[in-house]
Structure formats: structure tokens, C-alpha cells
Write a protein that binds this ligand. Sequence first.
Ligand code: HEM
Length: 211
Amino acid sequence: MATSRLLAPNSSRSRFKTVLWIFLGFTALFVFITSEVLLVTDYPMYHAYRLQVIADRHLLIPHTLAGIFALLIGPINFSSRIRQRHLKFHRVLGRIYVISVFIGATTGVTLAFGRPGFPGTCGQAAAWVVCTTAAFITAHNRHIVQHRQWMARSYAVTFTFISSRVLNLWPRYWSHLGDTLSAVGVIAFTLASLLLVDLGLNWRELTTRRD
Ligand code: HEM
């Protein structure tokens, strides 16, 4: 069961966690530079989208702030050391994470309203809210193993903001996906992220046989 894996910290698991966070950090940095910085500096390929972003700024500012909070709180709250030493801090950040996800999801759905990507964004927002609510309830009910599993799923959805932008610099990906494929793409990224997390949570059970 995933339970045994989550309750048994060992050096190879903590090494895996470190490598994973470094990889996710570099991916986020790459996307920040190739998507957000280039968007701000008016990179020609992003020009039309930039105009849309400027027009949406009233919703995008709270949306982005909430998303950044969620992105940054994840790695802090997944740290076993911080959680063990500063449980109150972990709880406060956890509540800020939940509020951020709710703000990020509602502003995201409002931004997409009336656009072709609306169904995809609704699916993504629903997954984000469901996983985060389940994480909050399991923590409240002191089911800590399940709380960590739901948080991993919730953070996987948070991270789709990064993973879905990794290929942005590739012109065919950026401009030729089309409206329908873009909407399907968002759902595909969300489902693939959730699937990856569950494969990770069950890795031991998938790779070893019970005596
Ligand atoms: C880590 C979390 C997130 C952050 C930091 C974030 C931030 C941003 C930023 C900076 C933009 C405008 C620039 C760009 O597209 O790159 C944006 C657009 C948008 N985001 Fe998010 N976001 C996050 C997660 C989400 C999620 C989970 C959803 C779905 C509920 C979502 C829905 C949207 C929508 C619909 C747009 C507008 C896209 C468009 O105009 O075509 N975001 N977000």
C-alpha cells in the first residue's frame, strides 16, 4: 500500500524528493523566462496574446498572485523537516494555499468564460478545487497519509501552469494547436499530471512483490 511508503522515510526517498524539487525548480525557471519574461518584453510571437493579457489585467493580477502563492507554498509545505519543526507555520501556509487555489480557480474560470478554452479550464479548475478540498478535509480529520496524497495531486494540478508552457517557444505548439486541441490539451495535461502522481505514490507496490 502507498501508506507504508509514505510513512517510511529513508535516504533514497529523500534523495528522490530533492532531485525532483530541483528538476521542478529548473523547469519553472525555464518557463518563467521563456513564457512570462518574453510576454512582458513583447516577444513578437506572443504579441496578440500579450494584448489579451493586458485587457484581462484586472482578473489576471489576483489570479497570478494566487497562483504564485500556491506554486511557492507547495515545496515549503512538502518539506518533512519544516513540517516536523514548525507545525503551526505548516498549517498557516496550508490555509493560504487552499485560499490561493480557490481564488486561482475562480479567476481562471472567469478569465476563460466565453472563450473556446472554457471547457478545458473548467475541468482543470474542478480537479484543482476537488483535490485541494480533499487535502484540506483529510488534514482536518487527521488522516495524514491521505492528506499528503491529496496534496500531491493538488500540487500536480498547480504545476500544470508550468508543464503546459514548457513547449511555448516551439511555434507549432504555440500557434497551431487550434482552439479545440488547446482545450483538450489542458485536460490532457491535468489528467496526465494526476496519473503521474498516483504512479509515484504506488511506485513501491508496482515495483516490488509482497512475500
Ligand atoms: C501555479 C498556478 C498558476 C499561475 C502562477 C498562473 C498565472 C497565470 C498567468 C501569469 C497568466 C497570464 C500569462 C500566461 O498565460 O502565461 C495566466 C493565464 C490564465 N490562467 Fe493561470 N495560473 C496558474 C494556474 C492556473 C490554473 C490551474 C488555471 C485553471 C483553472 C488557470 C487558468 C488561466 C486562464 C484561463 C488564463 C487565461 C488564458 C488565456 O487568456 O488564454 N491558471 N495564468
